[in-house]
Design a protein around this ligand. Structure first.
Ligand SMILES: [Zn+2]
Length: 317
């Protein structure tokens, strides 16, 4: 890993923008306020917050179809513009472009200094031709594509530890042999529907996308043993130039979607494992917040803040 930083990073750099939170309507389940709450909390821990630039259309078009990008920008056709299940508004396009810009900025920073964060979603359910599951443009794959086009990376890996299976990311890496994606999940996801547990359906893996299901009731030992068994696959064919980590808060046992038995501290230990893995293999790592729907928003925020604490521990920041 060639670091632009002269020595180890002195602070975590994280990208955040108040306009991440587009007005979504009263029935939206996504607690958009969490992004501002997490940003405020981590600033108190010494994290340096920066504002991203919105990602430009030509970069979105590296991953998504012109019809879909146009639909999200204009609201027409409405069915496609709302395929991720957010009510369309003129602010939505700016919000998702800023979110994708934050992932790209975090990835760029990670290449320079080893570790960085986007206080934003990764949008792992978004597909080439449409959105899904509150995910509009797949910021993980968009960021990897842009960095590859700029010559900053040749390969990239996505580690998805959100509760839900990262079906959009899997669909997008199929045509990108320079990427690989691993999703360890406890709840299936397809066609805008979250299922209660992994017994409902199984996903077919490909040579560069792989999944591991955590059965209902899984706790710390199952999670950590699965990480131990699966993480080496990410480096089996060589060390990727960048690791993008989808650090979901929704595996938590109180989350309304979660059939798992994971405590908040178990998720912090998960994060330590991930950062230790990246550190030991000298892989630049950028992470995003991903899902988290527990009614008590302070617990969602705590889980996301713990990811920052885990990174600081492992990187000695
Ligand atoms: Zn999720």
């Amino acid at each position: 890993m060639s670091l632009g930083c002269q020595s180890k990073p002195r602070a975590i750099i994280a990208w955040h923008h108040p306009d991440f939170a587009a007005p979504l309507g009263h029935d939206a389940i996504m607690p958009m306020r969490k992004f501002a709450d997490v940003a405020q909390a981590v600033a108190g821990l010494g994290t340096v917050l920066r504002s991203p630039e919105p990602i430009p259309d030509p970069d979105l078009l590296r991953v998504h179809s012109r019809d879909y990008v146009n639909a999200v920008r204009t609201g027409t056709p409405r069915e496609l513009a709302q395929s991720q299940k957010f009510a369309w508004s003129p602010q939505l396009y700016r919000s998702v472009c800023l979110t994708n810009g934050a992932v790209l900025a975090a990835g760029t920073e990670a290449l320079d200094c080893g570790v960085a964060a986007a206080v934003a979603s990764g949008f792992h359910h978004a597909h080439e031709l449409r959105g899904e599951g509150f995910c509009t443009f797949n910021g993980l794959v968009v960021a990897a594509e842009v960095l590859r086009a700029k010559g900053r990376i040749r390969t990239a890996a996505v580690l998805d530890l959100d509760l839900h299976y990262g079906n959009g990311t899997a669909s997008l890496v199929v045509s990108r042999p320079w990427m690989r994606a691993l999703s360890i999940y406890g709840n299936d996801y397809a066609d805008n529907q979250a299922f209660r547990d992994v017994s409902v359906m199984r996903h077919s893996d490909g040579w560069n996308h792989r999944s591991a299901a955590l059965p209902a009731g899984s706790g710390r030992s199952e999670l950590l043993s699965t990480l131990q068994a699966q993480l080496p696959w990410l480096v089996a064919d060589g060390i990727p130039d960048l690791l993008l980590y989808q650090a979901g808060a929704d595996p938590y046992r109180e989350d309304p979607y979660s059939p798992l038995s994971l405590e908040i501290e178990d998720l912090r230990e998960r994060d330590r494992w991930v950062f230790r893995f990246a550190w030991e293999h000298r892989i630049p790592i950028a992470w995003v917040l991903a899902g988290g729907y527990t009614r008590d928003l302070s617990k969602v925020v705590q889980i996301h803040v713990n990811t920052f604490k885990a990174a600081k521990e492992i990187y000695g920041i």
